[in-house]
Design a protein around this ligand. Structure first.
Ligand SMILES: Nc1ncnc2c1ncn2[C@@H]1O[C@H](COP(=O)(O)OP(=O)(O)OP(=O)(O)O)[C@@H](O)[C@H]1O
Length: 646
């Protein structure tokens, strides 16, 4: 098994892109972002105002007091820089003046005291700014991340079907840090700008020619730094799919969930090889970036160095021709060095603002795209008109409902029509991929049909209050989530808006045959169901399924949709579950999706699905008499049992 990394090879990147890992190819949804990454540097400056505006707005919304404090302290510190430089010059003028040394020192004393005071105030302002920034950061992070999570949890389920959304979401997931960096970068840029203006004013007062020379000396390096930032962003952008792949590989190789299967199938070598391949591309790209950045910086530094030499020559000429006094020349050297350091720092800050700004743009784009996936009715409270309460279910109509997944040729569900009356138990059966779960998800309101409409008590779903409609529907999903909370919380999450009720939790657990099993756990209902935490416990697949069924029962909904609720249950638990479901018959409505056909014999009606279409409808007896697909599937399953009969 060869698990060693080989030397980076640029053609390899292409091969792997094309043949081995097709998901690493460039994706269409990144085209717009790539174009942005390729923007000329003038575009950087064109974008800065809007980025700065965004940073200020976010900071203002997060914490007004600290935002104002940072702004005032930053501008105040910069203004003091001008006075600092002018005081320095005053000190030098006095020290280089005529007369005995003691007199000259005495004359310079007031300016020296002023210089000391200015330094003390500037130091204090810097401390105030730093302290305010520390307080601002968590608030900015919360404001930003909360919007992100509101979007990720609010979008319709369909959003997750396209990989473009997943990619957008991945790029925006560090938004809390990115926006904070943008805010910090903006504050530092403002500080740099004010400082630079201060130095500029001081140099201008001494000699306007020096200001020109200063610009020539500093701009090439500044341009190179900006360009390098640009290259880094383009590199980051190009690698987003690769990073996602690496992230997935990390999880596959360093996670408890996959550990057993990884070993039983001997997948170690395969996964390590994939990791090596992705990392080889990563290395090639990193080296390419490093080369471009180094060349860029070297050229900028060289031209900047020539410019700086020019400044010193000019200063020498001015001094030699007596056009400026020695004290002004010394102040000028101090100012030039301060200006150079200031401009470089500011360039770095502009680069930072621009780069972070791109990540923040990704975040804003994600929010905008997520907005297109939000339900028609806003999930927030500021809805225009409160929609009516749907009331207890009397009748559910599925009218010509279809759903076509993106990038699929044929619909998963194709113009299905039927009506369910309250109290009925309906079973959806059919072979794998026939559309049962998709139809169940639409009835549960988790997915919107791409055709047709669903009616609750005679009105389309959209006409009712969505939250109240959801509250009347319980869903037990085939792919249930294992929530890392206590057993009690896992069940009580079935009706999250109500305060948890222990008696109700236990009743729901008993109905799913989970009560005894939970009591056997080290801390009973308070046992944390996650092994990765201290004192946490893990459950078997079937035990998890019992907890999931209990969660469904806890909701006590008018309409209970159960998608393969017993696939991992032992016969006793399965029997208990279906007995409980039978008790609902005639009172509450149940839609059951299952492959265990023995469990649907008691259903009021059975819908047989094939390639998205309902092909047969009836009771068990009617469908058996029909001798169609249902009869065939049922007989096949039953023969497996009969073969073992004595
Ligand atoms: N998120 C999705 N994106 C694209 N296609 C999907 C998605 N989910 C399901 N499909 C496709 O839709 C069709 C119906 O899937 P569905 O899960 O509804 O079938 P099912 O009858 O519940 O299958 P099973 O018995 O295996 O659970 C299948 O061809 C499936 O590949």
């Amino acid at each position: 098994m060869d698990v060693t990394a080989t030397r980076p090879d640029e053609s390899l990147a292409e091969n792997v892109h094309q043949a081995v890992l097709p998901e690493l190819r460039d994706a269409w949804w990144e085209t717009g972002a790539r174009r942005r990454a390729g923007t000329a540097l003038t575009g950087v400056f064109a974008e800065l105002p809007s980025l700065v505006r965004h940073a200020v707005l976010v900071a203002w919304r997060a914490d007004r007091l600290r935002t104002v404090l940072i702004g005032v302290a930053t501008i105040g510190g910069g203004v003091l820089s001008t006075f600092g430089l002018l005081s320095t010059q005053q000190v030098l003028v006095e020290l280089f003046g005529n007369g005995p040394t003691a007199d000259r020192v005495r004359a310079a004393f007031p300016a020296l005291v002023l210089l000391g005071c200015i330094a003390a105030v500037r130091g204090t302002l810097a401390i105030v700014t730093g302290y305010a920034q520390i307080g601002l950061a968590p608030r900015v992070k919360q404001t930003t991340e909360r919007r992100y999570f509101e979007a990720t949890t609010g979008v319709r389920l369909e959003a997750f079907d396209g990989d473009a959304f997943a990619d957008d979401m991945e790029r925006a997931k560090t938004c809390g840090e990115d926006v904070n960096e943008l805010v910090r970068g903006t504050a530092d840029t403002l500080a740099g700008l004010v400082n630079l203006l201060a130095v500029g004013v001081a140099v201008l007062v001494i000699n306007p020619l020096l200001l020109l020379a200063l610009v020539v000396a500093t701009l090439p390096k500044a341009y190179a730094a900006l360009r390098s930032g640009h290259l880094r962003y383009a590199h980051f952008l190009a690698g987003s799919v690769r990073r996602r792949r690496l992230w997935v590989l990390h999880h596959q190789m360093a996670e408890r969930k996959s550990a057993a299967e990884l070993r039983s199938y001997g997948l170690r070598g395969f996964l390590l090889k994939q990791y090596d391949m992705v990392m080889r591309i990563q290395t090639v790209e990193e080296l390419r970036l490093a080369r471009r950045v180094t060349v860029n910086t070297a050229v900028g530094t060289m031209i900047g160095g020539i410019g700086l030499a020019g400044v010193w020559v000019l200063l020498g000429v001015l001094l030699a021709t007596g056009r400026i006094p020695l004290s002004a020349a010394v102040t000028c050297v101090v100012a030039v060095q301060a200006a150079q350091a200031g401009l470089m720092a500011m360039t770095w800050q502009i680069e930072r603002v621009y780069n972070e700004g791109q990540y923040v743009r990704d975040y804003l784009t994600f929010l905008e795209r997520a907005g297109h996936h939000l339900p028609a009715t806003p999930m927030t409270q500021d809805d225009e008109e409160p929609r009516p309460h749907p009331g207890p279910l009397r009748q559910l109509e599925v009218r010509g409902v279809s759903l076509q997944y993106p990038d699929r040729h044929s619909p998963a569900v194709d113009r299905v029509t039927f009506t369910v009356t309250a109290g009925e138990t309906i079973a959806l059966v059919g072979e794998n991929g026939s559309g049962k779960s998709t139809l169940a998800a639409m009835i549960a309101g988790l997915r919107r049909p791409t055709g047709g409409v669903l009616h609750w008590n005679g009105k389309p779903y959209d006409d009712w209050d969505p939250e109240l409609l959801r509250a009347r529907t319980g869903v037990v999903l085939q792919e249930h989530h294992r929530w890392p909370y206590s057993a009690a919380a896992n069940i009580a999450m079935g009706a999250i808006d109500a305060p948890p009720d222990r008696a109700r939790i236990e009743l729901a657990a008993r109905r799913a045959l989970a009560h005894e099993m939970v009591l056997d756990l080290p801390h009973g209902y308070d046992t944390l169901l996650d092994r990765t935490f201290k004192d946490g416990q893990d459950l078997s697949g079937g035990q998890w399924q019992r907890i999931t069924a209990a969660r469904g029962f806890y909701r006590d909904a008018d309409l209970l949709i159960m998608d393969e609720p017993s696939s991992a249950l032992d016969p006793r638990a399965e029997d208990a579950l279906f007995q409980d479901l039978r008790a609902r018959q005639g009172v509450l409505t149940t839609i059951l999706v299952t492959h265990r056909l023995a469990n649907v014999m008691h259903a009021d009606r059975i819908f047989v699905m094939h390639e998205g279409v309902v092909t047969e409808t009836g009771t068990h007896a009617q469908l058996m008499a029909l001798r169609g697909r249902y009869c065939e599937l049922f007989s096949l399953q039953a023969s497996g049992y009969r073969a073992d009969e004595p």
